[in-house]
Design a binder for this molecule. Structure first.
Ligand SMILES: *Cc1c(COP(=O)(O)O)cnc(C)c1O
Length: 352
């Protein structure tokens, strides 16, 4: 088999980390009950309760779109509104799934400079209209770490939650890169979630090193009522649930969830530091998780693509580079070299 070279277009270009893989293999012995009634699912759920130091309700879904959409749907009636930042994945990258699974709850989108949802914009949207003709705001959702590669500190989450409470809103956290945020902040999972007022967290496993799977944690357990039915109806109840659950056991018990994220974050810092030395391009001034954004002339980006590099430009308005658990320094060096020569080539062409 060809060994395809590493790309940084997304952190989901990477494969499965050894800890998740080993746990899958360990789960592949004998027969156990289906649909989540098995020892692996119980052990994974307990691992989450231990990790978060609280007695939360835990569910598993195949992907983040389903996890977010079903979690939001469980917090809303069809006439409700969900406040989010304009760059939120639920708004830009889920094909209307939150609206679909909630039977019509509307996303109420807040302008944001840096991709974060501010307490002020929550207050603005929550009080914008009080009449029967506008959807009733019911939930706010924040992404940790953000689509723009930033993190909310526990104090910031607390401030968001205070704004929510003042307007009777529940607080959901899209944690597709929750591990990266924890590694960056150096704080406990509890501190930045339920202790700061988060009601429901979608904890991403895929971008963290698993093959597939996200966990949905209800810190307010009353909100989890009938969530199992929601998952089943949406086609998200795995019959061989042990294979969705076991990788979490491997990730949490080995702490790979955190070391993987820390490695990815370190790689982002390493790339940013070296890319900043290249004159003629602009690199995100702040790197708090595993994303780095590069602003460069179209010709430079085209020249980089010609050198075989893949990246997205539709997120955050610049070329985005994401690092993951298996990123190799040498490959980042290659990217920097190619970026440098792409800039030089474009300059030469301009002089001619
Ligand atoms: C990747 C991602 C998700 C999940 O996406 P799926 O492709 O549905 O697994 C959710 N939120 C954010 C911010 C993401 O980056």
């Amino acid at each position: 088999m060809t060994d395809f070279p590493q790309q940084f277009a997304s952190d989901n270009y990477s494969g499965i980390c050894p800890e998740a893989w080993a746990a899958m293999e360990a789960a592949n012995h004998g027969h156990v009950a289906a649909y989540g009634d098995d020892p692996w699912t119980a052990r994974a759920s307990d691992a989450f309760r231990h990790l978060f130091d609280t007695d939360c309700d835990v569910f598993f879904a195949f992907n983040g779109t389903a996890a977010n959409s079903l979690a939001l749907a469980s917090l809303c009636q069809s006439y409700h509104g969900v406040i989010c930042a304009e760059s939120a994945h639920v708004e830009t990258d889920e094909c209307g799934a939150p609206e679909f699974f909630s039977n019509g709850s509307k996303l109420l989108v807040a302008k944001s400079e840096d991709g974060k949802l501010s307490p002020a914009s929550i207050r603005d949207l929550a009080t914008k209209r009080q009449d029967i003709h506008y959807p009733k705001p019911r939930v706010a959702t924040i992404t940790q770490s953000t689509e723009t590669g930033l993190v909310y500190t526990p104090e910031e989450v607390q401030a968001v939650s205070t704004a929510c409470k003042g307007h009777g809103l529940k607080l959901h956290m899209d944690g597709a890169r929750f591990a990266n945020a924890c590694a960056s902040l150096g704080c406990s999972p509890a501190e930045v979630t339920w202790k700061s007022g988060v009601d429901v967290l979608c904890f991403g496993g895929t971008k963290n090193g698993m093959a597939v799977g996200e966990a949905i944690l209800f810190f307010d357990r009353a909100l989890a009522q009938d969530f199992d039915y929601r998952c089943k109806q949406a086609g998200q109840l795995a019959s061989k649930m042990r294979f969705l659950a076991a990788p979490w056991v491997g990730m949490i018990e080995s702490e790979a969830w955190l070391t993987n994220a820390a490695h990815a974050n370190d790689c982002a810092l390493y790339f940013a530091e070296h890319a900043r030395e290249i004159k003629g391009i602009e690199v995100s001034p702040v790197v708090e998780a595993n994303a780095v954004f590069v602003t460069a002339a179209e010709e430079v980006l085209a020249a980089l693509q010609e050198r075989g590099w893949k990246f997205y430009t539709f997120i955050g308005g610049a070329a985005r580079f994401m690092f993951s658990w298996d990123t190799k320094r040498e490959r980042i060096d290659q990217l920097c070299n190619d970026l440098r020569s792409a800039v030089a080539e474009t300059l030469t062409a301009a002089v001619r």
